[in-house]
Write a new protein. Structure first.
Length: 248
């Protein structure tokens, strides 16, 4: 029971921090009061229950924010950089938006970024045309591309365009294994934040007495940014392994 309570406390701390970050990015004052307005909607008993669900990956922080402020339309968000005095503006990745211009597209077609491989600026990419959906961009080494091997007419030769002066937010996915110690999730979150990343979702994939394995979705600007975060995580003592995930 003590261990369960300790884990719940960590989930609450992490989930609260994730939601608070979104509030701050969107210019809202954070507190239990606005969060309590959606407690019943999620059939929970308290704001802490919501934080715990977010921290454990059962709820997505931005989805909760949208429930709290349904009329809010996110246009721009601030992403902390290494130099906290120079926070840069980035656009959140949404639906059919192409956050960075893609060269080689058919004019007027909607663009999606594949969730199987999470392509980032800096990756070699290819576009797959889907009737009624538009173009889905994959990394060139994505295993899903085997599905389209017999339909070469659906393939588009595409590449990243110039992003301009404003870095854009893209989702990179990390597979992280770390020691099951008190405060471990908080440490992991801090390392990512200090290096300019913004956790948008996490999912526990394996859990033992000694180790946890989780998938983390992080807003980054490009492959180099994600690689910097990976290097920082690998230098953290409690973390035993971290890799970019492209297949889950």
């Amino acid at each position: 029971k003590f261990i369960r309570n300790q884990q719940r406390d960590e989930y609450i701390t992490l989930g609260r921090a994730m939601l608070q970050k979104i509030f701050r990015q969107e210019g809202y004052d954070f507190g239990d009061k606005p969060v309590s307005t959606v407690v019943k909607k999620y059939k929970l008993d308290s704001p802490d229950d919501i934080y715990a669900k977010i921290g454990s990956g059962l709820l997505v922080a931005r989805d909760v924010f949208k429930e709290i402020f349904p009329a809010h339309n996110t246009q721009m968000v601030k992403r902390p950089s290494g130099d906290m005095d120079k926070a840069v503006l980035v656009k959140p990745l949404t639906g059919t938006d192409a956050p960075m211009p893609i060269k080689g597209l058919i004019p007027g077609m909607a663009v999606h970024f594949a969730r199987c491989c999470h392509p980032l600026p800096g990756d070699r990419i290819v576009g797959i045309v889907t009737t009624g959906k538009g173009v889905t961009v994959h990394t060139i080494d994505c295993e899903t591309l085997e599905t389209f091997a017999d339909t070469p007419e659906r393939w588009l030769d595409v590449s990243w365009g110039e992003g301009g002066d404003t870095p854009e937010a893209h989702v990179g996915r990390l597979d992280v294994t770390f020691q099951n110690e008190a405060g471990a999730l908080g440490t992991l979150s801090t390392v990512i934040g200090v290096n300019g990343g913004n956790i948008t979702n996490l999912k526990i994939t394996s859990r033992t007495i000694d180790f946890w394995e989780i998938l983390i979705d992080v807003y980054v600007t490009d492959t180099q940014h994600l690689n910097n975060i990976i290097a920082a995580l690998r230098a953290t003592p409690i973390i035993t392994n971290v890799e970019r995930s492209k297949g889950r």
